[in-house]
Design a protein around this ligand. Sequence first.
Ligand SMILES: [Zn+2]
Length: 337
Amino acid sequence: MFYKQINFIMKKRSHEVLFKNVIPSKTNKDVLPDLLEAGDVFKLENGVYGFGGIALELFDYFSNSIKESGFGLGATEYLYPSLISVKSIKKIDYVRRAPEILNFVSHLNFVSHIKNDADIVGSFIERNKDAENKISMEDDVDTDFVISPATCLHEYCKLQNTDLILPEEKIIVGGASKCSRFEPESSEYSLGRLRDFTMREIVCIGTPKEARAFIKEAFLCAKNLLRVWGLDSLIAMGDDPFVIKQSRVESDDFLEFFELKYELKATLPFNESKLAIASLNYYKDFFGKSFNIKVNGKVAHTACFAFGIERCVYAFLSQYGLDKSDWPKSVLSSLKS
Ligand SMILES: [Zn+2]
């Protein structure tokens, strides 16, 4: 009964377009081969890339542009780590709840260390001395960290078990971190879907009223950024494959979880697809409950505005190409060189 209700709501609302920025593209060619040849992007492994040259210039441009928007929304800036403890991940049921959570768990990249025992170290070395692509863990390792799949989780960890007093402690933060998501459904990664990527977020922790006000302001900010960046793009009501694909929903957490989710999608002209470059999410009290964060004695509500920086670069170059004379003035004027 409840599942039917969710399905109906998701069908009705997902993909509804709320804003469009229509810009003619300068090229319809996939820029990745040219970027690789120029050395501006280098591929280390499938899904693991590094940036230099104009790709790095744009990376810094988009990152700074989002950081500045965060300051405009009142954010304090932080640099977050890439690792998050299993203990923290368990707080949001990443590990326990199945099968609903299965897709999320399978995205996690685990970080393990060998147990501190000479015999175990010896057998590990012996067993893996000829290993080429994969190391056999067996029972020799403990996994106490994962590479975080999102930046905002670090902020919730930082604030766990606190009761913020407003208005003095109104919390809006901005920050970036390296994140990682394993993609079991796709054997081929690209610049639009990396295993190791940079997420920059602006996060609000506050009362329901503040979280909703933040979403409103962030939505205006999103429209402004897409215009300034000159991206052919749209903002649509989001869905999440995690919710859509599952056949069973046991509690109303999930409906609450996705009360509001907007996705910023940019056009990739070479294959006429849309690439999600950011999402704006209102999680209500999900993280407040999970991490025991309170505001004036009541469970905190949270909202976050999250960007995949490499995706922004890829979408921009896919629309404008590598020749800077074709790039919009609003972007060129902010580049250092
Ligand atoms: Zn987030």
